[in-house]
Ligand binder design. Structure first.
Ligand SMILES: Nc1ncnc2c1ncn2[C@@H]1O[C@H](COP(=O)(O)OP(=O)(O)OP(=O)(O)O)[C@@H](O)[C@H]1O
Length: 227
C-alpha cells in the first residue's frame, strides 16, 4: 500500500543564498494492508517531511515512492487529487474548512465527493460526530467557531468518514481528553481490522504502543550533517 525505497529529499533555501539542506537519504519503508506503522525519531529528523512526501506535497528527488498503486515520483497533480479522493486519507491535527459550511457537511464531504448519496453520507457523518461526542446542537454550525478540541474531533470524524485503504495520521490524539482519545484509538483499530494501511506520527507514547504494529525510526534516514 505504501512502498518507499531509497528516497532522498533536500530543501533549497532560495532566500538564504540557495543553501541546500539535506533532510532524508536512503529512506525505505513499507506499510502493508492491515498494518499500522508509527514513525519515530527526534524533533527535526524528518517525520513530517516523509509524511508530506507520501501525501504528495513534496516531490521525491530520487528513489521509489508508491502509494495506493500510484507512483508519486512521476504522478500529475490530477492523479494526486484522485488518489486523495478515493485511496489516501490524511488526519491532521488542524481543521481547515471553508467558512459557513455546517460541521455535519464538513464530515460528510469526503463521501459526497465520491458520489455517495447525500442521506447515506449525512447518516455516516452523524454517527461519527456522535461517537466523537460533538453535541448535536453544533452539527448545523460552522466549525470555525468551535473550540480547539471540537475542531480536532470534527477533523478526525472527516478523516474516518470514508474507509480509505491508506490513511496518514499526524498526532491524531494530541490535545484530546481521555474519553475522546479512546474513541480515536478505537477508530484506528477498526480501520486496521478492515485492512487499511496506516502510517502515523504519535508523540503520545501510550497511544502509539496501543495501535502500532511496528515503529520506524526516521533518524536512520537522516543524512550525516557536516558540523
Ligand atoms: N519546507 C521546508 N523548507 C526548508 N526546510 C524544511 C522544510 N520542511 C522541513 N524542513 C527541515 O527539514 C528538517 C526535518 O523537519 P520535519 O518537520 O520533517 O521534522 P520532524 O521529525 O517532523 O520534527 P518534529 O517532531 O519537531 O515535528 C528540519 O531541519 C526542518 O527545518
Amino acid at each position: 500500500m505504501i512502498e518507499i525505497e531509497n528516497l532522498c529529499k533536500s530543501f533549497t533555501l532560495h532566500n538564504q543564498g540557495a543553501a541546500v539542506l539535506p533532510v532524508l537519504a536512503g529512506a525505505s519503508l513499507r506499510v502493508a494492508a492491515g498494518e499500522c506503522v508509527a514513525l519515530t525519531g527526534a524533533s527535526g529528523s524528518g517525520k513530517s517531511t516523509l509524511m508530506r512526501m507520501i501525501w504528495g506535497n513534496y516531490r521525491a528527488e530520487t528513489g521509489r515512492l508508491r502509494v495506493g498503486g500510484l507512483d508519486l515520483t512521476t504522478a500529475t497533480a490530477r492523479q494526486i487529487i484522485a488518489l486523495r479522493r478515493d485511496r489516501l486519507g490524511y488526519v491532521s491535527q488542524f481543521l481547515r474548512v471553508l467558512p459557513r459550511v455546517p460541521a455535519l457537511r464538513v464530515v460528510a464531504e469526503p463521501l459526497l465527493a465520491l458520489g455517495t448519496p447525500e442521506p447515506q453520507a449525512l447518516t455516516r457523518a452523524a454517527e461519527l460526530l456522535t461517537r466523537l461526542n460533538i453535541p448535536e446542537r453544533l452539527w448545523s454550525l460552522s466549525p470555525t467557531t468551535f473550540s480547539g478540541g471540537e475542531q480536532q474531533r470534527v477533523n478526525i470524524a472527516r478523516g474516518f468518514a470514508h474507509p480509505f485503504p491508506v490513511l496518514l495520521l499526524d498526532e491524531p490524539t494530541a490535545s484530546l481528553d481521555a474519553l475522546n482519545r479512546a474513541v480515536v484509538l478505537d477508530l484506528i483499530g477498526e480501520a486496521r481490522a478492515r485492512g487499511a494501511a496506516l502510517l502515523g506520527i504519535f508523540h503520545d507514547e501510550a497511544a502509539r504502543a496501543q495501535v502500532a504494529d511496528r515503529l520506524v525510526d526516521v533518524t536512520a534516514f537522516t543524512p550525516a550533517r557536516v558540523a
